[in-house]
Design a protein around this ligand. Structure first.
Ligand code: ATP
Ligand code: MG
Length: 403
């Protein structure tokens, strides 16, 4: 048993011994049934937050107003939440009122899908009031209760449904799928961050195409921020999404999504910003997109120069994207070329800028950077050796040509 599960069981045991009801709930029960390793363990209990805090010595009041206390069992965090129901989703995000309730069944009823609405107790007994097991067996995603109502309460559930389809290779139950088409406009209220987090989870799956296909074919995608501001079209043949599954790299998957959405080299920077990802991710995605969409066959010399300029991983990502876009690519070559080059960065040259300035007796200026770059290319292509005297001599010659 993995140690997080052992920790979660400890929590159930301690709560039961203190006279409360306690169950594993949500994703960890679903993953247990599907024999997958859960992301995190959640516990639901009849104990109130103050009571949870008295049962355990190490707790963090993560979300007391929502009834959530994080319990630490040998540094392992377990989220423990008092049975609750929610109502009045006025801002389409967070329920405006949280009521604590006395029964497990009521707590499970507020959960999104039947597969996520099961519980398991300390003794391994399953509590499955909404036929989650049956839906898992049939590989169906079905909302708990009326799908249109549940989607209107929290439109993120529609995006989660698509994400789960990708993660588990499940399909949407017919009424759930129908409600998604009807309720898709509710998604305009979602935040970009929540949408991007679900896409990120989709990229972590084996079959992102299944989720992306659902998002486009249901008309969800054109409603989601930020995509809705890009004027994308849902009319897309499903085959277009298969390339998402071919390359596991999340940067390439983001870049391919941009391509599918009709992004151009002119609009890519703006759109990457719209997605509110980290700066590092944004730069990597934009570079991959730019190089991949403008890909053309390269000679060894051009390939090596591209590698020196962009680095191996950016070039490999771009070559993957080029391949997904139906352009020939040479990715095996790049790894070999990269390995062949004795120096890969200006820092590795046997001279630095200061030495060049002194030796050539010229004032500092842009010529130094340009000369170092030329020297890097020549040494990397093995036209000259990486030796100080040779580089200084060649550097001064180049510097003179430059002026
Ligand atoms: P993951 O494997 O990504 O952790 P998960 O199903 O565990 O998937 P969490 O976000 O960890 O998702 O949420 C835990 C549980 O809380 C879910 O299984 C579900 O029961 C409930 N839940 C989460 N988000 C929602 C939502 N938007 N609406 C209703 N219930 C939700
Ligand atoms: Mg989870």
């Amino acid at each position: 048993m993995d140690e997080r599960r052992t920790a979660a069981m400890r929590v159930l045991e301690a709560l039961e011994q203190a006279g409360y009801e306690a169950y594993l709930v949500g994703g960890c029960v679903r993953d247990f049934v599907m024999q997958r390793i859960p992301q995190d363990y959640d516990v639901a209990t009849s104990a109130r937050p103050e009571e949870i805090q008295t049962v355990f010595s190490h707790t963090i009041p993560t979300g007391i107003q929502h009834g959530t206390v994080t319990v630490l069992i040998r540094q392992i965090p377990i989220e423990v939440t008092t049975f609750r129901v929610e109502s009045g989703y006025e801002d389409h995000r967070r329920p405006s009122v949280v009521h604590f309730v006395s029964s497990l069944k009521q707590d499970l009823a507020r959960r999104d899908f039947t597969m996520n609405a099961m519980a398991q107790d300390l003794h391994g007994r399953m509590y499955d009031y909404f036929s989650g097991m049956e839906d898992i067996r049939a590989k169906k995603i079905r909302t708990v209760g009326n799908p249109a109502e549940r989607f209107a309460e929290d439109p993120l559930r529609m995006v989660r449904a698509a994400r789960f389809a990708a993660q588990f290779n499940f399909t949407l139950e017919e009424q759930t799928a129908q409600a998604m088409r009807e309720c898709r406009e509710e998604c305009v209220h979602l935040s970009v961050e929540r949408v991007a987090a679900e896409l990120e989870k989709t990229w972590m799956s084996d079959r992102p195409s299944l989720g992306i296909n659902i998002m486009f074919s249901s008309g969800l995608m054109e409603m989601l921020p930020p995509f809705r501001f890009w004027g994308i079209s849902s009319a897309m043949e499903p085959g277009k999404f298969l390339p998402f599954d071919e390359v596991e790299d999340r940067i390439v998957r983001w870049a391919y999504l941009l391509a599918v959405c009709g992004t151009t080299v002119e609009t890519v920077q703006r759109r990457v910003k719209d997605l509110r990802l980290s700066n590092a991710d944004g730069t990597a995605i934009a570079t991959c997109f730019r190089l991949g969409t403008e890909w053309k066959p390269l000679t060894e010399r051009e390939g090596k120069e591209l590698l020196l300029k962009e680095g191996l991983s950016a070039v490999i990502q771009a070559s993957h994207l080029a391949k997904l876009l139906g352009k020939a690519s040479l990715q095996e070559q790049f790894t070999a070329w990269w390995a062949e080059m004795p120096v890969k960065h200006v820092k590795e040259l046997a001279v630095n800028g200061r030495e060049l300035i002194e030796h050539c007796k010229r004032p500092p200026g842009p010529w130094v950077r340009d000369t170092l770059w030329d020297l890097l290319k020549q040494t990397a292509l093995k036209q000259i050796p990486n030796q100080k005297e040779v580089l200084l001599k060649e550097g001064c010659r180049l510097g003179k040509l430059d002026s």
